[in-house]
Design a protein around this ligand. Structure first.
Ligand SMILES: Cc1cc2nc3c(=O)[nH]c(=O)nc-3n(C[C@H](O)[C@H](O)[C@H](O)COP(=O)(O)OP(=O)(O)OC[C@H]3O[C@@H](n4cnc5c(N)ncnc54)[C@H](O)[C@@H]3O)c2cc1C
Length: 344
């Protein structure tokens, strides 16, 4: 007997989309919204994302997710201190303008202003789309490699973040994270990914993630609360996110939606800060198998000996955990050689 699997239906193992899986396996539209929202949060269109995206809610439901006490800044500070203890030297505010090559291999970087920093290996922690521009015309991706400009299919969206300072204490029973789903899926997907005619009209009630961490480091005292709202939106271009009115309008809609998770939210707002898509850029998603590799990220080795790629836009994808994994992979390649496959 053939087992009916997530990727089945005789179309080959990798052609089903997340939306097809949702329609086939889940009868309740609320469950479909829950499944699809995990893809949408990464900027993936569930109608195009491979069925392998179903692993995202599975991972979270099974293993949970992390919150860094003190916010992401605390993680950056801890990493910085750890590196200093290991005698890593930092040069801040220095733009790399060129990767220097010697005898066919990466041999250092040139900084804006012309300073050269020689190195045995160069590990580029930038968006790999920018890498060719630093390689003096040499293609850092081999002919057979995953090309950064083709995948992973999530660059066509952005994230809008609204940080709210609220008067009044955070209730003890408040939930850390609530996702308020869009009532009109079609309107939301058209607003984020386009309606097929190039129009992206923000929908009235987008899917909004409401974050209420119980973290004293994020508020001045127990008489106040810090709440963060995020939504996946169309990128700058189809919507003009430099337009203050458009930005404020979307932040207002998100705040209205978030009332479902935080009743009385509007009346409690002391001030807010909007982080527009023009500042934060797209969110790198995890590398996903399927859809002919369009959701894979470029590998950590490049075609230029001594040059490696790490970070959210390289394998195995976005998020600090994955970015850290890419660093561990590159460390393994440097220490054990380019044939290293992840275990010794
Ligand atoms: C709005 C938003 C919300 C997110 N929320 C989450 C979340 O809730 N959970 C989660 O896990 N992940 C989240 N992410 C993803 C996470 O932030 C990224 O995956 C992670 O920051 C990637 O780390 P990175 O080091 O690869 O890249 P970055 O943090 O982008 O660092 C790259 C650095 O390289 C610098 N740089 C670029 N070019 C040059 C150059 N030529 N010379 C010198 N420096 C250069 C840049 O200035 C930047 O500082 C979010 C991302 C965004 C944008």
């Amino acid at each position: 007997m053939r087992r009916r699997g997530l990727f089945g239906r005789g179309k080959g193992p990798t052609t089903a989309t997340l939306a097809e899986v949702a329609r086939r396996e889940l009868a309740d539209p609320r469950l479909i919204a829950l499944l699809e929202s995990h893809a949408l949060a990464y900027g993936f269109d569930p109608r195009r994302a491979p069925a392998s995206a179903a692993v995202l809610p599975y991972m979270e439901q099974t293993f949970g997710s992390w919150y860094v006490r003190g916010g992401m800044r605390a993680l950056a500070d801890a990493l910085y201190e750890r590196c200093r203890a290991r005698r890593v030297e930092f040069t801040f505010g220095a733009e790399v303008t060129r990767i220097v090559e010697k005898d066919g291999r990466a041999a250092g970087v040139e900084l804006a202003g012309g300073r050269l920093a020689e190195a045995e290996f160069v590990v580029a922690g930038i968006d790999p789309v920018q890498l060719p521009g630093l390689c003096a015309g040499r293609d850092p991706w081999g002919a057979d490699a995953v090309r950064p400009d083709l995948g992973p299919g999530d660059r066509a969206t952005a994230r809008l973040t609204v940080c709210l300072a609220l008067r009044g204490a955070r209730p003890r029973e408040a939930v850390h994270r609530t996702v308020v789903h869009a009532p009109d899926r079609a309107a939301e997907l058209a607003g984020v990914f386009g309606d097929g005619h190039g129009l992206r009209e923000p929908c009235a009630r987008p899917t909004v993630t409401v974050l209420r961490p119980d973290d004293p480091a994020t508020r001045p005292d127990d008489g106040h609360e810090a709440v963060t709202l995020t939504a996946t939106v169309a990128p700058h271009g189809p919507v003009d996110w430099y337009d203050a009115e458009a930005l404020a309008g979307e932040a207002d809609r998100m705040t209205d939606v978030a009332e479902a998770a935080v009743p009385g939210l509007r009346e409690r707002v002391l001030w807010r800060e909007i982080v527009p898509p023009t500042e934060s850029g797209p969110v790198p998603g995890p590398a996903l198998a399927g859809q002919e590799g369009r959701f894979l990220h470029p590998g950590n080795r490049t075609a230029i000996p001594g040059l490696y790629a790490v970070g959210g836009w390289s394998h195995p994808g976005g998020g600090p955990a994955h970015a850290g994994m890419s660093g561990a992979i590159v460390a393994g390649l440097i220490v054990n050689g380019d044939d290293w496959r992840g275990s010794t």
